[in-house]
Structure formats: structure tokens, C-alpha cells
Design a protein around this ligand. Structure first.
Ligand SMILES: [Zn+2]
Length: 258
């Protein structure tokens, strides 16, 4: 197992770093869709407005020690903060488990963390902040200089990913007279193309459409009533996770059918 190459301590540190990113994700998830600064002010309790001290802001541990409550006024903090921190740790561990201690492992961990933020924000607010997709693209392009899929594939993937959604969006607008998919979806698929290369784009589109359809015919009936839109970015992000982690196995299984 590549993941055990350096023993358990680096894994614990990597998981802790992931939890710290998850903690920052909590900030991004709350502040980006509300156009608030992500650098300041420091986190504060919404009930008593006291600033959260650094020792009460340690990922996972602080939430557990304070049992999800404010130290000063005991107002409850949502369990979602803890879950996102744990998910951040999981993103890094999955990236390393799949690709080892490599540039690809680093790239996958980073990609998963951004997908986590995008999936939650689009689900709650029906918006995909360009800060995340453009930031992700820049990071992905830089990492592609040092490992897979390589800069040419990353650039081609971005062009195809963004281009396909743009074309579909314009086509939909011509036919129906309304905008189907937004600029956020264009940028998301361009970012997916950077990390997964051009061959990942159709797989993620197919998976996103499949997840969205499954949701619509099962849990989403109430949400679909009226003109409510589906958070397509959330389904695309979920599909991107599957393609990143199981892409090779899926391709082998698919090709074995011929
Ligand atoms: Zn408080």
C-alpha cells in the first residue's frame, strides 16, 4: 500500500492538515456566497458575538471538547462544522490512499477539498463562486507542470470542459429562451478538465446528469415542484469525486464489455 510508505505519523499529520482545510472550508462556505471577506474578521459566536479564541478553534478537537457549544454563552454550534472538518481530513486521506505521496496525491487532495466546498455552497445557495473555481484552476495548472495529467492535457481539459457547458447553455437559450446553466457551471467544468484532463470531462458530465436525474425522480420531487432549479454543480462535484477515485476501474470495466 502506497499510503503506508512512511508509516502512520505522516498520515495523522496529513489528516490534521485536511481538518484545518475543512475548518477553513466552513469559513468559505458561510462567507463566499454572502460576499463577505474570508480573511477578516476572526470567527465569532453569532449569539454573544465574542471572538472564538484560537484554542477553541482547533479542528475537530475543540468542537468535541466544548461539545459543540460556545465557551461563553453555551449557544450550540451546528454539527455541520464538525462534519465538514472531518470531511476535509477524509479528502486528504482519500487523495493519498488513491495516489500515494505524490504530486497526483497532493493535486487530488486539493481537488477533493474544493469539490467539497462547491458541492455544499451550490446545494445551499444555487451558486458556484468563481473564487473557488478560478483559484482551483490556477492551482491545478501549476500542479500539472509537475505531474499528471500534464499541462497540455490540463489546458485542453479546461477548454473542452468549459466549452461543452457554454455550448449547451447557448443551445438551451436558443431553444427555450432562458439560460439553462450558469457561468458557475462553465467554470466548474473547466476546473474539472484541468484536474482530470479532457477524458474526464464526458465521464463527469454523464455522472452529474445521472446523479441529478436520480435525485429528481426520488428525493427531489418537492424541490422540483414549481420552477425550482436543481443544484447541478453539486451533482457534477459528486461525479468528479467518483471519476477521480474510481475512474481507472470504471474505464477498465467499460472497455472489458467490448
Ligand atoms: Zn457565545
Amino acid at each position: 500500500m502506497m499510503i503506508a510508505t512512511y508509516g502512520i505519523l505522516p498520515l495523522v499529520l496529513a489528516a490534521w492538515l485536511g481538518a484545518c482545510f475543512g475548518s477553513f472550508s466552513n469559513v468559505l462556505i458561510y462567507r463566499l456566497p454572502r460576499n463577505l471577506s474570508v480573511v477578516g474578521p476572526r470567527s465569532f459566536c453569532p449569539s454573544c458575538t465574542k471572538t472564538v479564541a484560537w484554542y477553541d478553534n482547533l479542528p475537530v478537537f475543540s468542537w468535541l471538547l466544548l461539545r459543540g457549544r460556545c465557551r461563553h454563552c453555551s449557544a450550540p454550534f451546528s454539527v455541520r462544522y464538525l462534519l465538514v472538518e472531518l470531511a476535509g481530513a477524509a479528502c486528504v486521506l482519500v487523495g493519498i490512499a488513491r495516489f500515494g505521496w505524490t504530486i497526483e496525491g497532493l493535486s487530488a487532495s486539493f481537488f477533493l477539498l474544493i469539490l467539497l466546498d462547491i458541492a455544499i455552497i451550490d446545494w445551499q445557495h444555487m451558486v458556484i463562486p468563481h473564487t473557488l473555481t478560478v483559484g482551483g484552476m490556477i492551482m491545478g495548472l501549476v500542479l500539472s507542470l509537475f505531474g499528471n495529467p500534464g499541462l497540455p492535457s490540463a489546458l485542453l481539459g479546461a477548454a473542452i470542459g468549459g466549452g461543452v457547458i457554454l455550448a449547451v447553455s447557448y443551445g438551451y437559450k436558443l431553444v427555450r429562451g432562458v439560460v439553462g446553466m450558469g457561468g458557475g457551471d462553465v467554470m466548474l467544468m473547466a476546473m474539472v478538465g484541468v484536474f482530470l484532463g479532457p477524458w474526464g470531462v464526458p465521464a463527469v458530465l454523464f455522472g452529474g446528469a445521472l446523479f441529478g436525474t436520480l435525485y429528481a425522480v426520488t428525493a427531489g420531487r418537492g424541490r422540483l415542484a414549481g420552477e425550482a432549479k436543481l443544484p447541478f454543480g453539486t451533482f457534477l462535484a459528486a461525479a468528479a469525486v467518483v471519476v477521480l477515485v474510481f475512474g481507472r476501474e470504471i474505464l477498465v470495466w467499460y472497455l472489458s464489455g467490448f
